[in-house]
Design a protein around this ligand. Structure first.
Ligand code: ZN
Length: 232
């Protein structure tokens, strides 16, 4: 009798453990769908992304270059900058570029409570909806800094995918020479890459774009927005 009880208990424990493992694996897989670093590796599509704007001068210069080559980019916008420089943002949205959420104040969200992270996302979202009429569906954490489980849960609740970037990082915000930015990107890009650049506080990004875009077009790449890239 005792032996039977023991084995029943063991079976129950095993079942609970198995179910729990499935839940963990399943939630990790779900999180993997939410955290995105690149699109499909099978086709020559890539996405240019610009963080921290809008800026009254730089964003307009980036828009002029994208317009020159007739391609669309994705802008991860800081809510307070959108309020200050709304014209550049409205222009980007009108010209068919994708607008993503990059928080309202650009804090390192690893130091914030869940409530404060949600407020950063919501305040930026409200600003973007007010100015562009569209709720963003992409979120990029400032500094690429986050706690996976915490941000994964919040993103699910708020209806966002987390867009990171491919490992190539030209660090254009540090203002390296034009050729260093363009070489880093053109020599390393692969199919499906999400390329990180900035349209706030940079000196050479716009000039580098005028090299990067035609070089990659010559290599047979097509530039698309992040949503187009990840839905292919
Ligand atoms: Zn940023």
């Amino acid at each position: 009798m005792r032996k039977t009880n023991k084995s029943v208990i063991m079976i129950i424990i095993t079942m609970i453990f198995t179910a729990y493992s499935f839940i963990i694996v399943y939630s990790l897989q779900e999180n993997n769908d939410i955290f995105i670093k690149n699109g499909s590796r099978n086709e020559k599509f890539i996405a240019l992304t610009f963080d921290d704007g809008p800026h009254p001068k730089e964003t307009n210069e980036v828009l002029d270059i994208l317009d020159k080559y007739n391609i669309k980019g994705t802008f991860f916008v800081v809510g307070k900058h959108a309020n200050w420089y709304s014209e550049s943002l409205i222009r980007a949205a009108k010209e068919g570029h994708e607008i993503g959420n990059h928080t309202f104040n650009h804090p390192d969200i690893t130091n914030l409570s869940n409530g404060d992270i949600k407020k950063e996302i919501k305040d930026c979202e409200d600003t973007l909806v007010k100015l562009t009429g569209k709720k963003p569906t992409l979120f990029r954490p400032p500094y690429g800094s986050y706690t996976q489980d915490k941000l994964g849960q919040i993103a699910k609740e708020c209806g966002y995918k987390i867009i990171l970037w491919t490992t190539i990082d030209a660090k254009d915000w540090r203002n390296p020479p034009v050729a260093q930015i363009s070489d880093t990107i053109t020599n390393n890009v692969q199919n499906g890459d999400i390329i990180l650049l900035h349209d706030y506080g940079t000196k050479n990004t716009v000039k580098a774009l005028d090299i990067i875009i035609p070089t990659m077009i010559k290599k047979g790449y097509k530039f698309v927005t992040v949503s187009e890239l990840i839905n292919k």
